[in-house]
Design a protein around this ligand. Structure first.
Ligand code: SF4
Length: 342
């Protein structure tokens, strides 16, 4: 139950933990992506402008002297609002919370593509200056397979338009989304679109198949085959290798990612990121399984932690137990553990 005197949506990006949350829409207007169950049980609706303003005023009164520098607009698609209304809302929000330096929202390419350059500039000037874009893939085949409802061309155009308007862009990529069937084009074509956009941030997440998702049904009917942990890291290597001519900051930044230390700024840190990946890929198989389990259990956070005798012992004990119950099924175990944290 929400104890606050204003509405809250169920989801916010990891980076918005300290932000003021203001809900502009409920749920997702598309709600059909095969990997996503975030808003499955929620009917989409737009909130009337006056209702959102009422919430902003209630939040200002509730928080009193507390100063917020960042605000995130929930839920799935603030850009569905008419531009004039969104601008009015942002102006009102900044008046109510004058300390705000950053206002952010999810930026769905399907909706942003319908706004003109001028509209995007007006929205940015009114204060919406950061977008989290669920690009997921730059491959049309993968986007179609997961029913994303958008093309790679639209993702590229909308991302560049938002950036040209002055917004800071984070593009989110799902490693493993193409499965064994499409992993190579997923990596290569995603890199191609990212090279076109040159977003400020690239954030990768690793696939976890959730109960009730369309991708689980595809898996059960043999249309989608999960990659192993090693294959997903090989895919990431191909992605990074093909990212060229950009200045983006790149990061594995979610607990579901295996190699959290693969992060840095292009182009300077590219060799370093590839080196970390190569270090994992060149581990003897037994060590690779050991590290992967340690990370999936939350015992290890980084490859270097394998040097700790204390942590090594803990992981080895768990590995022994799991192998006794699930001999030769470590990839299934890894996927089960991964799916629990996405
Ligand atoms: S991934 Fe985004 S666009 Fe797709 S259903 Fe989920 S919230 Fe909606």
């Amino acid at each position: 139950m929400n104890p606050l005197p204003f509405e809250l949506g169920p989801i916010r990006p990891v980076d918005e933990a300290e932000s003021l949350l203001i809900r502009t829409t409920r749920g997702c207007p598309w709600n059909r992506c095969e990997f996503c169950v975030n808003y499955k049980d929620m009917k989409f609706s737009m909130r009337p402008l006056e209702e959102i303003k009422h919430d902003i005023a209630a939040a200002a009164q509730y928080y009193g002297d507390r100063t917020f520098e960042t605000c995130f607009l929930q839920d799935g698609d603030s850009f569905l609002m008419k531009t004039a209304e969104l601008v009015e809302l942002l102006t009102f929000l900044k008046q109510a919370f004058p300390g705000l330096k950053r206002i952010s929202s999810y930026g769905r390419a399907q909706t942003m593509i319908r706004k003109s350059d001028r509209e995007m500039q007006a929205i940015c000037q009114a204060g919406l200056n950061k977008l989290y874009c669920g690009m997921e893939s730059g491959s049309d085949k993968v986007l179609k397979k997961v029913n994303k409802g958008v093309t790679a061309a639209d993702i590229s155009t909308s991302g560049r338009r938002a950036k040209d308007a002055g917004m800071s862009i984070s593009e989110f990529i799902i490693l493993g989304l193409g499965g064994q069937e499409l992993w190579e084009e997923h990596a290569r074509e995603t890199a191609g679109v990212l090279n076109e956009i040159n977003p400020h941030f690239i954030r990768v997440l690793t696939i976890g198949i959730k109960p009730g998702s369309g991708l689980l049904r595809q898996m059960e009917t043999g249309k989608y085959t999960l990659q192993t942990e090693k294959n997903i890291i090989e895919e990431q290597r191909l992605l990074i290798e093909n990212l060229n001519g950009i200045t983006s900051h790149y990061a594995n930044h979610h607990a579901v990612d295996l190699l959290m230390e693969v992060r840095g700024r292009f182009p300077g840190d590219k060799p370093h990121m590839l080196n970390i990946i190569d270090r994992y890929l060149s581990l003897p198989e037994e060590d690779r399984i050991h590290f992967t389990l340690g990370k999936r259990l939350g015992i290890y956070q980084r490859l270097d932690e394998m040097n700790s005798a204390h942590l090594r012992k803990q992981v080895a004990a768990q590995l022994l137990k799991i192998r006794a119950s699930y001999p030769d099924r470590m990839d299934e175990v890894f996927h089960y553990l991964r799916a629990r944290i996405v």
